[in-house]
Design a binder for this molecule. Structure first.
Ligand code: EPZ
Length: 419
């Protein structure tokens, strides 16, 4: 499972390069199944979720070669339409293969992804939308058996701008008969990245990043090479690390326009943030100030994936901060762990009231999910004494070389394996 051992209260300095975005790489790798020809994906982060995705690609008969942050996928030899339960359980976001497999073969069999650490994660919107495109779906014994002679375009209105559902609809409609219009689509930058990849393969997708996305089905797609965009959540994590340690760092390969809500909050806390091109320089004050209430929302609102991380920052701000988690019903599990470090946080359903303390104390804490684990690392960087973050396998799902990058910035953080 592994642990991070962190000696707190060390200033950071220098620069760090942000990895490719996990939540772009996963759907884009799945999309190579719909392309049906060799594709090369660059700037892929080295994550356990990427390994799980590669295992699924290979289990379907795709040929996969991995290089340095590069993954080549040839899905022209696709031979399977079923993803095993074991592989589906390794990573619940494998549901994104549903649309891609339907696009490639007209069939898909996979177990319904269960809930996870942060919520029930239903897929009713995915299934409603795919049925609108002519997919016959039988849900039995925890399995989804999907079949469709020929996917047909249609109008799909989403009750909630679900990221995964938007991605699945795009993947299912990219070679469908006719035009598909998605109303109330998710607007996350990862949707834009997926659409740009597919368009580079000859797809005809317009409006990605807006609430209405139009997909004109094409006969076939073609080989392409594509570089994944930078990970906005990982960039936000390094910004939080600088903020809590009163440091100045430069973050490279970042798209600042993807981080507007996070930048705004850290500026309210007293940080000076200057963006120029793909670089962002953050200078934190000696003492942070509490910031206005945060409500997590679909993009372009405050990202739920930065909620735990910014709560670690709020824990050492001067004053009271209120944070509402509006996207997932169980995304406050980091609070118990932060309180073990001396944080003063009270919770009422989906609202957390954070009363900043002078300094957190190092403690033995446990990651409960990916972003909660990252929040504990941020807290450990500014805590007095030593913090042990246990179960860092969760963090490995989304952070490539986190300890190496933080050490290079001056943090004292070591990884201990096989605990
Ligand atoms: C994606 O998850 C991301 N994962 C999540 O990142 C991110 O937190 C989330 O979008 C929101 O931005 C990947 O891209 C792999 P949703 P996804 O469908 O697609 C409800 C991380 O830490 N919903 O937008 O699952 C759902 O329960 C991960 O990197 C339905 O009710 O998110 C949730 O409350 C965590 N029915 C809300 O919508 C559905 O059919 C948002 O879910 C689908 C979703």
């Amino acid at each position: 499972m592994g642990q991070y051992i962190i000696e707190g209260c060390n200033k950071l300095g220098g620069s760090v390069r942000v990895q490719g975005a996990k939540n772009s790489a996963l759907p884009i790798l799945a999309a190579t199944v719909a392309v049906g020809r060799p594709c090369i994906i660059h700037n892929c982060p080295d994550l356990s979720d990427i390994c799980s995705t590669v295992k699924i690609l290979e289990s379907l008969g795709c040929e996969v070669h991995r290089g340095n942050n590069m993954i080549a996928v040839d899905s022209s030899k696709l031979s399977k339409k079923k993803i095993s339960d074991v592989l589906m359980r390794e990573m619940r976001s494998s549901i994104i293969f549903l649309g891609a497999l339907l696009s490639a073969t007209g069939e898909a069999v996979m177990s319904a992804p269960g809930g996870c650490d942060i919520g029930l994660r239903p897929i009713d919107i995915h299934l409603m939308a795919l049925r609108k495109l002519g997919v016959d779906i039988c849900e039995k014994h925890g399995e989804l058996r999907c079949r469709c002679r020929k996917l047909r375009g249609g109008k799909v209105v989403l009750p909630f701008p679900s990221v995964g559902a938007t991605e699945n609809i795009i993947l299912a409609s990219v070679k469908a008969n006719g035009i598909t219009t998605i109303i109330n689509a998710a607007r996350e930058p990862e949707i834009v990245d997926l659409a740009m990849f597919l368009n580079s393969c000859g797809a005809r997708i317009s409006g990605a990043g807006e609430s209405t996305v139009v997909v004109e089905g094409v006969e076939r797609l073609y080989s392409s090479q594509y570089a994944i965009m930078p990970d906005r959540i990982v960039a936000g994590t390094y910004m939080a690390a600088a903020a809590v340690t009163g440091s100045t760092i430069i973050i490279e390969e970042v798209i600042s326009s993807h981080l507007v809500p996070v930048i705004s909050v850290l500026e309210q806390a007293g940080c000076k943030i200057e963006a120029s091109g793909s670089k962002l320089r953050i200078t934190a004050p000696h003492k942070l100030k509490a910031f206005d209430r945060i409500r997590t929302m679909p993009y372009p609102g405050f990202p739920t994936d930065c909620q735990a991380i910014i709560m670690a920052v709020a824990s050492v701000c001067d004053g009271i901060t209120i944070i509402s988690e509006n996207i997932f019903e169980n995304r406050f599990r980091h609070i118990c762990e932060l309180k073990r470090m001396g944080a003063d946080i009270r919770v009422q359903e989906r609202i957390a009231v954070v009363n900043g303390v002078d300094c957190l104390q190092g403690a033995f804490v446990r990651s409960t999910d990916l972003r909660a684990g990252a929040a504990l690392v941020v807290a450990g960087l500014c805590a007095e004494g030593v913090t042990t973050v246990d179960k860092i396998c969760y963090i490995d799902r989304g952070y490539d070389s986190l300890a190496e990058n933080l050490s290079a910035l001056g943090a004292v953080i070591k990884r201990k394996e096989n605990i």
